[in-house]
Design a protein around this ligand. Structure first.
Ligand SMILES: NC(=O)c1ccc[n+]([C@@H]2O[C@H](COP(=O)([O-])OP(=O)(O)OC[C@H]3O[C@@H](n4cnc5c(N)ncnc54)[C@H](O)[C@@H]3O)[C@@H](O)[C@H]2O)c1
Length: 383
């Protein structure tokens, strides 16, 4: 079998996402599987060039995984002819300028979300990439979650009739960092460092809503910084300046209303860390990361409001599990494989910089809505 090597700069590989999801669960997993097979019988083999700021950390990661190509010099890596793709999982604030350099170097680009810190910058990157003729992609991992794949299957099969509404709960308690270390990086809680749950989660909500239910046409959001002081990785107290909870209403093309809560200050009394309930005229579903349960119109019980009596029904037992019917691979890996095929063969890849810019736009307009206390319409973005 012919093996075709594609050189990939992996920048930000020492971070949470860069290491676990992109290096280990995606790129190394693809290598363990022998590469990405193409329709013509050839295989794409990712050759990894690890890039970061700390020589010691890069060397340690490279040695741990039997890799030998790493550097702290991004300029030199971008100048290499055997590198075709630049991937960015750095902190958000470092992304735009690095991507700009990669475009100038003529590399195809794949990146974590959010694409940039504001819509103008994101659109500008999309335009620059188009002008340079390079292919682009932005991580939209939630689309590949088993729970959401099953939800999509239900939508495609017409299960819901007319979809009326979506309500989503995302979140968990992120420790303040004092008596137990926080499980997220401290920059997430400082506005000046690109933190905030709106910037973090609204790009995800944008593509989930647009792909499954309809393009977002208006947003109304209320945000809060519930925990104003936290303690960082070094044990130093700091002021948490960024929003740590967002309560949003999204009006979608076609009339669906979505209401999504995102919070790092909520304790989980759910089956999964994110859950979406979809109600339609013919049936309803509750989808999480992995599971999806349904209740059809024909078997919907008739609850009667009576606060004088204890509840007699076990409501959860009235729902039916949607079967897997297929093997679900890691979502980050599935999207990486699609991007590598896109670069290698031109296979369509819809999750490009323009799609990423729409996610940034929703975050920006969500924050505007919260700041001004009003509903904000979301204009169509185009290149
Ligand atoms: N797709 C998802 O579900 C998801 C989830 C979490 C985070 N993210 C995104 O991934 C990115 C990284 O988040 P993370 O949680 O892995 O953060 P992290 O803090 O764990 O990692 C950040 C990486 O950037 C590097 N870095 C930090 N400061 C830098 C600087 N000044 N200059 C250059 N590099 C710097 C770090 O060395 C590290 O490699 C963010 O853009 C975030 O929005 C995506």
């Amino acid at each position: 079998m012919t093996r075709r090597s594609i050189g990939i700069i992996v920048n930000g590989v020492t971070g949470r996402m860069g290491y676990r999801q992109h290096l280990v669960r995606s790129l190394l997993a693809i290598r363990s599987a022998g590469g990405v097979p193409l329709a013509d019988g050839t295989t794409v083999w990712p050759h990894l060039v690890l890039v970061g700021r700390s020589e010691a950390k890069l060397r340690e990661i490279a040695e741990r995984h039997g890799l030998d190509d790493w550097t702290t010099d991004l300029t030199a890596a971008l100048a290499r002819d055997d590198v075709q793709i630049y991937f960015d999982a750095q902190v958000t604030q470092q992304r735009e300028k690095a991507i700009r350099r990669a475009i100038e170097a003529g590399k195809h680009i794949y990146t974590e979300k959010p694409l940039a810190e504001d819509t103008a910058a994101a659109l500008d990157l999309a335009r620059a990439a188009r002008a340079a003729g390079v292919r682009t992609g932005v991580v939209q991992d939630k689309l590949f979650l088993p729970g959401l794949r099953k939800l999509k299957r239900l939508l495609d099969g017409g299960f819901f009739g007319q979809v009326l509404s979506v309500r989503g709960e995302f979140g968990y308690w992120v420790f303040e960092g004092d008596w137990q270390p926080a499980q997220r990086p401290s920059w997430n809680y400082r506005s000046a460092d690109g933190g905030g749950i709106v910037v973090d989660m609204f790009p995800h909500w944008h593509y989930v809503l647009a792909e499954l239910f309809g393009e977002v046409r208006a947003v109304t959001a209320t945000i809060a910084t519930h925990i104003p002081r936290r303690v960082d990785e070094a044990g130093r107290p700091y002021e948490a300046t960024a929003d740590d909870a967002a309560y949003g209403i999204f009006e979608l093309e076609g009339g669906v209303i979505a209401q999504l809560n995102s919070s790092w200050c909520v304790r989980v009394y759910r089956d999964e860390l994110v859950e979406f309930q979809v109600d339609g005229t013919e049936g309803s579903a509750v989808a999480g990361l992995r599971r999806c349960r349904v209740q059809h119109r024909a078997v919907t019980p008739k609850p009667v409001w009576n606060p004088d009596l204890p509840a007699t029904e076990d409501f959860r037992s009235q729902w039916t599990e949607v079967p897997d019917n297929e093997d679900f691979d890691n979502g980050f890996k599935v999207q990486w494989e699609a991007f590598l095929r896109h670069v290698a063969t031109g296979e369509p890849f819809p999750w490009d910089f323009l799609a990423g810019a729409r996610g940034v736009q929703l975050a920006e307009l969500g924050l505007l809505s919260a700041r001004e206390g009003r509903r904000v319409e979301v204009p169509e973005l185009a290149l």
